[in-house]
Write a new protein. Structure first.
Length: 244
């Protein structure tokens, strides 16, 4: 199972580089977090990370993967998707302690807070807007007089819904969406071409499914049960293979 996110690695690596460079103290290189303002949001991001980190294939499925190609591919795809999910959350911004803070209450009643700071000729704008249900965040970059939104998303007050969109050049983007209902996790990544991958995972018994899409069309899928048995389907040919 392969997914075609040409802009993922470039966008994520750019974000991580900017995060560590722009949020570092010039004296000792230590990241300084504005904990008073963003502590609650960061706590919900950590809640999301914990849910992703707890995603594991059933033990029996790991055993089947040693001898069955389809089980092996399912385990590998699950692990790769987990790595991508954690890479996105690692981009969540730490704001320098000396960033200029601006606060505005807009016409819609939302409280908007923006932090502004500069690094290496680039001006950074990090804005958090809140309502009763969500905190919304945007991360703008201004360079040579041109400002663009690089990173934007929202997270629910209970931490059970989180999405983020990374905007590349020329209209490219990657959208990640996470939701959790009870013990069921839904996680997806898709790009501007509607190529994507979706995971449904039950924390209670480790059963789940993974679906891959090209141009919005389902092409491949894995489904596995809590006992580690499962199937792979090639939806282009209609073939289905099972393990063990």
């Amino acid at each position: 199972m392969k997914t075609k996110f040409k802009s993922i690695s470039v966008i994520v690596m750019m974000a991580i580089t900017i995060m560590f460079q722009s949020c570092s103290s010039e004296d000792d290189g230590v990241i300084i977090e504005n904990e008073d303002q963003l502590e609650d949001i960061q706590g919900r991001i950590e809640q999301y990370q914990e849910s992703i980190e707890n995603i594991e294939a059933p033990d029996d499925m790991e055993q089947y993967a040693q001898q069955n190609t389809y089980a092996s591919n399912a385990v590998f795809t699950l692990a790769a998707l987990q790595v991508q999910a954690l890479a996105y959350s690692s981009v969540f911004l730490s704001i320098p302690g000396d960033a200029e803070q601006q606060s505005v209450i807009g016409k819609n009643g939302r409280n908007t807070r923006t932090w502004v700071w500069s690094y290496g000729g680039v001006t950074l704008y990090y804005t958090v807007t809140s309502d009763a249900t969500y905190d919304y965040f945007t991360y703008d970059i201004e360079e040579s007089g041109v400002r663009r939104t690089f990173y934007e998303g929202k997270i629910s007050k209970d931490g059970n819904f989180y999405d983020v969109r990374f905007n590349g050049e020329g209209g490219d983007f990657v959208l990640m969406t996470f939701s959790k209902t009870g013990s069921t996790i839904n996680f997806s990544i898709k790009d501007q071409s509607n190529d994507g991958i979706e995971l449904v995972y039950n924390e209670a018994d480790q059963s789940g499914s993974i679906k891959a899409f090209e141009l919005g069309v389902l092409t491949e899928s894995f489904v596995w049960l809590s006992n580690g048995t499962g199937t792979y389907t090639n939806h282009a040919t209609g073939e289905t293979f099972s393990w063990p």
